[in-house]
Design a protein around this ligand. Structure first.
Ligand code: DON
Length: 320
């Protein structure tokens, strides 16, 4: 069993913040006007422990666009509503090896949309959210699930929602192509709108870290003490994150960092270290693949410094 002092974690988070703060490189997402104008200097790291303590450095209470990290939340919601087997059958749990918004991925694998953590699977997941046929009811379920995972309410960034809606042409094609393949389980336009809205939610690094810890902690929110989902779903959602959290660069990320994590073009990254902590970092400038430069560096630094890696020896003490 590995022993880690909480004080060491506090020091490592601080150290990571100081080291990464001045790092250069990357550019804000510019395909959505709202994201292009966010202050590129913003940077925060939050790490939530199963005790409920959140260790923070920098801009951890700044509200930014959750974007693709919202896919993790809705995946949890449909896992809760339908169970692991039905999600595997209706959506899938495979990496696409292609960009997040790939239409090619749907054409290549038309028997299912691959995973709820790419655009196609996320729109499909939104179509599955119950109560079916009721846009307001579905949105209520999506927002409530976000609150439960993060332990506090996320707010819709209206300007971002308008910006996303005005530019989501590719996602419109995805919704209707999925309808063609029988993978949209409600109205396609409604499902797309729910997806666009969930991506436009405002979140803080602190809220993301708490959601990450709820997943790492077997579904028990360490701050509110609410059992948000069944423990058995925890490895399911973590495996989805591990498989496709950085899209076509997920393998590189896992190889280098050893922690399942999910990125969003708003500059946020949420990481899950099962049984240990949830971690989130936020900084708007993205690398050429759409992932926050500083958030990746900070999370990698912290997990490596703490010597944690999900692929490392579990140190099992066998009994004879
Ligand atoms: O679907 C889109 O274009 C966005 N609303 C979400 C994109 C995103 O964050 C992709 N991931 N890194």
């Amino acid at each position: 069993m590995k022993k880690i002092k909480i004080d060491d974690i506090r020091s490592v988070v601080k150290e990571a913040y100081e080291k990464v703060k001045t790092m250069q490189g990357g550019k804000n997402a510019n395909y959505i006007p709202f994201l292009a104008k966010i202050d590129p200097q913003l940077f925060g790291i939050a790490l939530c422990l199963p005790t409920g303590e959140v260790i923070e450095a920098g801009d951890t209470n700044y509200v930014f666009g959750i974007e693709s990290v919202s896919k993790v939340y809705t995946a949890v919601l449909v896992l809760r509503q339908y169970g692991a087997d039905e999600i595997l059958n209706k959506i899938g749990a495979d990496a696409t090896g292609l960009p997040f918004n790939s239409i090619m991925a749907i054409l290549l694998e038309k028997d299912h949309p691959s995973t709820p953590l790419v655009n196609a699977g996320a729109i499909s997941a939104d179509s599955m959210v119950k109560p079916l046929g009721d846009s307001n009811g579905k949105w209520g379920a999506i927002a409530d699930n976000m609150t439960a995972l993060s332990g506090s309410t996320l707010v819709l960034l209206d300007e971002l929602y308008k910006s996303e809606t005005a530019t989501n042409f590719n996602n419109r094609s995805i919704a209707w192509l999925l309808k063609n393949y029988g993978r949209i389980y409600d109205d396609p336009d409604m499902s797309l709108d729910l997806y666009t809205r969930q991506c436009s939610m405002g979140v803080t690094a602190k809220q993301l870290a708490i959601a990450g810890c709820t997943i790492a902690n077997g579904g028990l929110n360490p701050v509110t003490k609410e059992q948000v989902f069944k423990e058995e779903l925890s490895p399911k959602i973590t495996s989805l994150i591990a498989t496709v959290g950085f899209y076509e660069h997920t393998g590189d990320w896992l190889y280098n960092s050893g922690i399942p994590a999910k990125s969003g073009v708003g500059g946020g990254v949420l990481g899950v270290m099962p049984g240990a902590f949830g971690i989130a970092a936020f900084a708007p400038p993205l690398d050429e693949f759409g992932n926050s430069v500083k958030a990746q560096a900070a999370i990698k630094y912290i997990t490596q410094k703490l010597g944690l890696n999900i692929f490392r020896n579990n140190n099992i003490d066998f009994e004879m």
